[in-house]
Design a protein around this ligand. Sequence first.
Ligand code: GDP
Length: 610
Amino acid sequence: MDAPSYTPEDAPVPEGEIVIERASTPLDIGPKFNRTVADVVKFLMENGEMVTATQSLSDDMIELFVAEIGAEVRLVDPGEEQELELLKKLDVPAEDEEVDETGWAHRPAVITVMGHVDHGKTKLLDQIRNANVIDGEAGGITQHIGAYQTERNGHVLTFLDTPGHEAFTAMRARGAEATDIVVLVVAADDGIMPQTIEALNHARAAEVPIVVAVNKIDRENADPQRVLAQLAERDLVPESWGGDTIVNEISALQNIGIDELLESLVLVAELEDLRASPEGRAQGTVLEAHLDIGRGPVATVLVQHGTLQVGDPMVAGPAWGRVRALINDKGEQVKEAGPSVPVQVLGLSDVANAGDSFVVAPDEKTARDVADTREHYTRVASLGRDASATAGGARLEDIFSQIQAGEAATLNLIVKADVNGSLEAVTESLKKLEREEVKLSFVHRGVGGITENDVQLAATSNATILGFNVRPDRKARELAETEHVEIRNYEIIYKLLEDIESAMLGMLAPEYEEVVTGDAEVREIFRVPKIGAIAGCYVLNGQITRGSKVRFLREGVIIWKGEINSLRRFKEDVREVAAGYECGIGLSDFQDLKSGDIIETFDEREIART
Ligand code: GDP
């Protein structure tokens, strides 16, 4: 008998939604559609995709095949199904499982402040925090760890410290439900604005009670009545108008009405009757995480159930470890943290993501296994998303020898750019360079800085990374070195095209290599009259030298280039500051600083290519 060949009407395709894991092979998916492996391979070949039976397929290929046979498919990340197994291993109750709530104790409400930009969210958070320090213990220095607690008439409230709905949404997108109450800040002189409405919609989608703070009532042109009318139009009818929305008129600047706002929040918290079990292994959400040079990965977590203790083995997303130390919002080391308490955790293996859930594992080995399995699946998933059939393709430096050898050469590229527009422009222009003997294969294209994942993918798919107005972060740089992945960065399109074209002709020109001499992280921003913004920085690597050339990075994207104008340590002008020290950096005519930004300094030198 002939091997069954591919024809759509051969066998009925199973009805209903079929779950397919990303990066599945023809061997995996064939049987799920009542097709043979050969059917899948043959179809893809006919459509120009040379694949083998055991090769991971890209999303596009799977979708192409599915469209052809008319099946209904849901692509899931590898690991999504396994994740349920992992949770079982960790002994975490499934979402729909009944939990015995007897013996649960009251817990503090967790509050997020949202609203339009400049309406005073940060000021309000600062005001509440400062009030706490003054009548709190002397000398307690509050730390910005991503959340803090405050007390009002014996009731504790937990405030998440990243205002705005971006963080809130990002967390929700990862399945985290950390917020109990939303404070919607509306400036009395400005009224309801686009982001006010967005914030409102997000809060409603999360089904979280909303308390409104009409801010800036100290302003001459403040018109709280107008704001109340606008709120009523959006179904937030104030109590004073007979509705049930609690509205407080405040001035975050002059500390007016803040007490009353806190009282309202205590009231809502009581109505919500928020409870959690303080007993047992802790569970909760990662609020923020970063790599600290001295301390390693640091994660701020919000405990939601149980009590987190020093020495506990825990898993947080893809990171795991034994809790080495816990630091509270006053910068003090603590032994444990119960429900609704935010703490910084030291001792994790890796930097987790905001919104990742964390849980204390039964033992260290389980913690490690779970984290490793997750990491494995994350990697496989990114391969599935990004990989095209790259077998046989080449890197930039090898392309010419392949052409000379008379082989049809394919140049594998990963392109990262600052925005979608430039990504499109770069890819479109690159495609025009394609010729009979050289094809281009875009293994992955994306917006944002060059990450470890990109490098990993480049290594496995034999690709060269082209960055346009973006930079690799340190981890990516290091991995690129060990994996011998070439990263080429450009800020001008024609330079990029010229290089690729030259490579195809075997004449890759000498490159002006930019040697990174140091990088510093912006931790605090000071506004100095007449001078402008000064970045309070911590030097992460190398050294920062006055006058050196600078790239200013936000999440790996170059947002400004220029020079270091002023460099100070403890009010002294200095020439140079080394890694591990703090300093103040002034940049010529650039003011848009944010904490977490990276200032990268570099030298240029010509390197000859071989
Ligand atoms: P955010 O973008 O919502 O976080 O807003 P900020 O807290 O940064 O405040 C924006 C500006 O409004 C800052 O210059 C604040 O000093 C000012 N501001 C905040 N609250 C008040 C207030 O109650 N009254 C007045 N007059 N100004 C305020």
